[in-house]
Design a protein around this ligand. Sequence first.
Ligand code: EPU
Length: 422
Amino acid sequence: MDVFRIEGPVRLSGAVGINGSKNASLPIMAAAILGGGKSVLRAVPELSDISVFSELLGQLGCKVGRDDNGDLWIDSTVIDNPVGEYEIVRRMRASICVLGPLLARCGRAEVSMPGGCAIGDRPVDIHLRGLRQLGAQIHLKNGYIVAEAPQGLTGKDIFLGGPFGSTVLGTANVLMAAVTAKGQTVIESAACEPEIADLANCLNKMGAKISGIGSPRLTIQGVKRLEPVEYGVIPDRIEAGTFMVAAAITAGEVRLAHCRLDDMVAVVDKLRNVGVAVERSDDGCVVSRRGAIKTADITTQSYPGFPTDLQAQFMALLSLGEGNSVIIEKIFPDRFMHVAELNRMAANLRKEGPTVIVAGVKKLMGAAVMASDLRASAALVLAGLAAEGTTTVQRVYHIDRGYERIEERLNPLGAKIIRESI
Ligand code: EPU
């Protein structure tokens, strides 16, 4: 198991390129199931989550590989085993998004029911509700979701809202099932996240007829079949936000290339509120901080609100704020595993239900801390860049799920991070 040894404090400066989006890549890889041939995807990051998803597609019958130029290809000519095994789903919940396309393509799918994870219970009831409304028969057997539609699926008006708003992968699943359903489907309360818009754009390039992309109402005219595709995924707005906080927390100046600021309006707004300059450039932006970190109140929301996937990173930043900040988590109310770890680094955080009161401190101190989930781990790395002394982050595999060799990208900017195998 790898650990990071981080020496701080440092001031970051220089330029970094933002990779393709993990959370856009995963459903788009699932969409390749519908192509029935060889699709080629550009800018898919080299992450452990992508490897696990490739393994899953392989088990279904697809062939998956990378070209020398890094393009990922998926040949879905043969799907002879429409089963998402427990062994894979247990490692990555996003595996659930093969359910919709498998059902549409094969008329039957079995996917292990995902359990909870470090950030909460994460039910999939809304996914199943949507698929049932398209005509699927669904039951649970030995921990597996068994979905059947031997006569095919039929378009319907479907409301996909839930107690926490829209669902990202639930929308992906129902959308991918609906593209080849008979007639028209309207998904109300669809997720508006850029990753879902990217999936819909990719599906349209494959021959689907989806309108309302980027809005909470998606209208889908069913088509008979989709074709394989060549498609480039969007840049990762969460990775970009993490690098922005890295610049901010170290009072540095970092140029981000290949970054879509238009997908990050709420994030940029918060950064500016706390005294961080974000200047648009040709292909991205320049992020810098000269003065003190001011306070901010943050409530996480569905897009275009402030993303839950940047909550932990902003908590690290606000820990060094000039006063009290309040962070309310409205998407995953238990997503606070980083709170106790940041407190070990001398932050002053108090959790009250889904709210954390952040009392700013003058400095953070290096400590041994434990990564618990992807974004919590990123927050610990960010805190380690600004903290005095050595921070050791254990269980780095959580970070590798979503950030491609983060230390090799932060070190050229002035970070001092060593990866050690223990
Ligand atoms: N929910 C339900 N029922 C459902 C589905 C969701 O109640 O059937 C609830 C969830 O428990 C949560 C809320 O609805 O309270 C939103 O969850 P959502 O379904 O949108 O999450 P997801 O699709 O499982 C994706 C990202 C997450 C990101 C969330 C929210 C991928 C692979 N995962 O998860 O990303 O936090 O949307 O934006 O796209 C990450 O990258 O670190 C990560 C966790």
